[in-house]
Design a protein. Structure first.
Length: 227
């Protein structure tokens, strides 16, 4: 069983190692909501696992009010986890977050099922989840994976992979770009915006030509009256 003091010190050390804006341990203790939320979670999780009713959820609610970060007491969070900025982060009841993970603001580790079972994601060690990303369902994100900002992850992510997009797809593996191979023949599809712009340009050119023609005729008629 991990020593609570060692766990707290590792939580304190994480932002010092991964945030260049951190100016020392006192700065983290006083002004880092991610650290505050993790520290509060350690207490609520202990109460939850020891069968204390109601109080863990109420304390987690208070912590959410104070930090903007919602971590269910039933979640499992490893050591050296860093929640950077943190506002809007939601970690569901059956979520698991491995050692050394970094989670940015607006991230949701959410569920897609109403059943009382494992319904939230599992993050391996040293995973980085970018701002406003959503990782949904009982999926597994492998060690050292990176999830791009704003991505929506609904499938398992291999270890050492980088995923982006909605839904998220692998764009790099082991630090090397992945060439996407389509699963069905692709055709050259027109760009509707480009087509609309081209049509407008042609129409404008036609109108300008007609306007020039009208102005030329008016000019000629004016000179004919003068002569």
């Amino acid at each position: 069983m991990p020593n609570p003091m060692q766990t707290l010190l590792s939580d304190l050390k994480a932002p010092l190692e991964r945030d260049p804006a951190a100016r020392g341990w006192l700065d983290v203790v006083l002004s880092y909501p991610g650290f505050h939320a993790i520290a509060a979670y350690r207490v609520t999780h202990w109460l939850h696992t020891h069968g204390v009713p109601l109080l863990p959820r109420w304390l987690s609610h208070v912590a959410r009010f104070l930090t903007g970060i919602e971590i269910h007491p039933g979640a499992t969070i490893g050591e050296r986890v860093f929640i950077d900025h943190g506002m809007g982060v939601v970690v569901g009841e059956t979520a698991e977050v491995g050692d050394g993970c970094t989670i940015y603001q607006g991230v949701t580790l959410g569920g897609t099922s109403l059943a009382r079972k494992k319904r939230h994601p599992t993050l391996g060690k040293n995973v980085i989840v970018g701002a406003n990303a959503s990782v949904l369902g009982a999926i597994v994100v492998g060690d050292n994976a990176r999830i791009g900002s704003g991505s929506v992850v609904v499938r398992d992510v291999p270890a050492n992979a980088t995923v982006v997009g909605i839904p998220a797809h692998v764009v790099a593996q082991d630090g090397k770009p992945v060439r996407l191979v389509p699963d069905r023949p692709q055709v050259e599809m027109p760009d509707p915006n480009a087509d609309a712009i081209n049509q407008l340009q042609r129409r404008i050119a036609q109108l300008e030509a007609r306007l020039d023609d009208v102005e030329r005729k008016e000019h000629e008629e004016t000179w004919s009256w003068v002569i």
